[in-house]
Design a protein around this ligand. Sequence first.
Ligand SMILES: [Fe+2]
Ligand SMILES: [Fe+2]
Length: 176
Amino acid sequence: MQFFRCQICGDVFIGNAAPSNCPYCGGKAKYLVPVEQWTDENLTVTELSEISRKNLEKALQLEVDNTPFYRSASAKAGTMKLQGVFKGLAKVENEHASVIQKILKCEFPPPNPVNSTATGDDSENLRIAHEREIEASRFYAQSSVQATEARVKKVFLALSEVEADHIRLERELMQA
Ligand SMILES: [Fe+2]
Ligand SMILES: [Fe+2]
């Protein structure tokens, strides 16, 4: 058994080989390092620029809203497949919220009830999720460019890549 730790979320994966993506935050394999090589990159962030703080706060709210949205979509799903997909996505978005919260060193804001409740229609939930992931991926890519702190740049880029994976997944599901 080997121990791999994610440079984005800090969680540890135990297995025979590194997975293709972090099972917690969805970060790509390039972010998974042997535990002894892991460094706490959040320590490099001593002061946040105004733009990074603003973008991180917006991102945190987005993830805090998406988590219960996916949970509720999972609870209402009409198929076992979508129940599992939405459950998995809820976990990942919850992890994204804690990645961001650790940089901001703040409390979790309460979810916005309007954005955090799914409809009773699987196709509609997939459509809403797909739109949100497109917006999130675009916003994170832009926030990565705007960030002056190396850590914030890296985290936003990694999250943008994960949301892009979700966009592809949801597009496939919508076409199925
Ligand atoms: Fe991770
Ligand atoms: Fe996310």
